[in-house]
Ligand binder design. Structure first.
Ligand SMILES: NC(=O)c1ccc[n+]([C@@H]2O[C@H](COP(=O)([O-])OP(=O)(O)OC[C@H]3O[C@@H](n4cnc5c(N)ncnc54)[C@H](O)[C@@H]3O)[C@@H](O)[C@H]2O)c1
Length: 481
């Protein structure tokens, strides 16, 4: 396990900028050799990474190392391997892990603010990477990840596992692209997922003794903990998370963009929403509408964290989906209600085709590590960057917004029937949760125009400022990867 002394040594080395030299461990390997994987961050989702790779044991995959900045999490993880008489090395500092030349690939399930830097350092150190969604915490760093992957010829897979639904969602996408339902009119992503209050703390909260807080914060601001739970609830704070839009929502954002076939950021975006129904330590919206003005067909995204009504535990559904995607076409519509399939309906709502089936996303990553072909990946980092960035630009509009009365909001968006209808449904949903939007509740963001070629907003300094985080040395995402 890592020691304090090791940690200090690595910090100095990293800050002098001499730490990582690109080296392709695969250059010396044959495709049949064992792939040694390290899982970085396994408080929650990383546990599925561990079980996912362990399942691939007979295909020459071995988990050689585990890394978590929480020694409690790390100890438990290493113990489980010990019990199964498997050798695994534990680290608290991912820089020390990346120095281990025996590791071929890393699988990252840390909080979002670490994804880009950990990925870039890893590819610079010669590793292939599987990185959770959203791949980035801000737009700029996602593009840096793509650049780094290409520069060092590394395989970088995004953790959007529905991309491995080949017989299911991928087939539905292909079928729609073949024109079977005519032109797409709208792609709608939905994240109706219950998110209760995280509580309100009156004063600074203690960081658990087992956590190296400096490493936990990494590139993000190291500020006193003001929420009750360090782990997981960071999703609802802007320094570390991206709200449910960039949490559950990025999965559906990705599927919605996949159907549209768009490989650039949207030329315009706006958002309206709020954190409604309770007061807690969270900052991100729990109710949000995002509009991406793609020219061929728009994309609308809806986030609902409150239940169908205040006395219910159930969530709303729209056309059969709650956390899903609906693609409205001239000749009918397609519903993606889960991560593994899709159903096509005609205009009258009669089912006409079903698509089902999913492959193993971790296995797809390993196969691409062996073949060295980016094209073999089901969710290359470029796809991850674009879909993550669509969440970030939506949040930028929201965060630059002002409180508005619902009539004023409707007045601004009424030209677009899809947007106006969606807003009406959002208001009804809030009313059922006793949220009176006429009382200064909703924040409407500006319409932001983007130059997709440069991935910068046009004539909006405040929005451009928010494209790139301010990193905390020595945890700086490099300008030159
Ligand atoms: N693909 C999916 O379906 C899916 C599902 C859930 C979560 N996720 C993603 O997985 C990521 C983790 O989410 P979670 O819910 O497990 O969060 P979590 O807070 O529960 O767990 C994160 C773990 O990372 C550790 N960590 C933090 N910084 C680290 C560092 N620098 N090095 C090593 N370990 C570090 C923490 O100590 C913690 O144990 C998020 O980006 C989330 O969006 C993906």
């Amino acid at each position: 396990m890592n020691t304090r002394r090791n940690f200090l040594t690595q910090s100095v080395a990293a800050s002098t900028g001499v730490f990582y030299i690109a080296k392709t461990s695969w250059a010396q390997k044959s495709p049949s050799d064992t792939v040694n994987v390290a899982v970085i961050g396994f408080g929650g989702r990383g546990g599925s990474h561990i079980s996912g790779y362990r399942k691939l044991k007979n295909e020459g995959v071995r988990i050689a190392a585990l890394c978590d900045v929480d020694t409690k999490v790390l100890g438990k993880g290493v113990d489980a391997f010990d019990q199964d008489k498997l050798k695994v090395t534990g680290y608290t500092d991912l820089r020390k892990l990346l120095d281990n030349k025996d590791i071929d690939a890393v699988s990252i399930a840390t909080p979002n603010h670490w994804h880009a830097l950990a990925t870039i350092w890893a590819v610079q150190a010669g590793k292939d990477v599987y990185v959770e969604k959203p791949v980035s915490h801000c737009v700029w760093e996602g593009r840096q990840m793509v650049k780094a992957a290409r520069k060092y010829s590394k395989i970088v897979q995004t953790g959007t596992q529905s991309r491995s639904s080949r017989k299911g969602i991928a087939s539905a996408v292909k079928w729609v692209h073949e024109g079977n339902l005519g032109k797409i009119l709208l792609s709608r992503g939905m994240c109706y997922k219950r998110r209760a209050s995280i509580g309100k703390s009156e004063r600074e909260q203690p960081v658990p003794d087992s956590v190296n807080f400096d490493l936990w914060c990494g590139p993000a601001p190291k500020v006193p903990l003001t929420r009750k739970k360090l782990h997981y609830d960071w999703h609802w704070t802007w320094n570390y998370g991206n709200g449910d839009l960039g949490n559950q929502g990025i999965h559906q954002m990705d599927i919605a963009r996949w159907f549209l076939g768009e490989m650039e950021l949207s030329p315009s975006v706006w958002s309206v929403g709020g954190r409604l129904g309770y007061e807690d330590d969270g900052e991100t919206a729990n109710t949000q509408l995002i509009y991406h003005g793609y020219e061929k067909a728009p994309m609308i995204f809806e986030v609902r964290g409150l239940p169908e009504n205040k006395d219910s535990k159930n969530m709303d559904k729209f056309k059969g989906a709650g956390v899903g995607v609906i693609v409205e076409c001239e000749g009918g519509y397609v519903v993606v209600p889960n991560y593994s399939g899709a159903i096509a309906y005609d205009k009258d709502g009669k089912e006409i085709k079903k698509f089902e089936g999913s492959d193993d996303h971790f296995k797809n990553f390993i196969n691409a590590c062996r073949s060295r072909r980016v094209d073999d990946l089901n969710a290359d980092i470029l796809e991850g960057h674009l879909s993550s960035a669509l969440c970030h630009t939506g949040n930028i509009s929201y965060r630059l917004g002002q409180k508005e009365k619902p009539e004023a909001i409707l007045e601004k968006i009424k030209g677009d029937t899809f947007a106006a209808d969606t807003f009406e449904r959002m208001k009804e949903h809030l009313a059922k949760n006793d949220v009176d939007v006429s009382k200064d509740k909703l924040t409407l963001g500006p319409v932001l125009k983007m130059d997709p070629k440069t991935e910068r907003f046009i004539d909006h300094d405040a929005a451009n400022e928010m494209l790139k985080d301010k990193y905390r040395p020595p945890f700086v995402v490099p300008d030159e990867v």
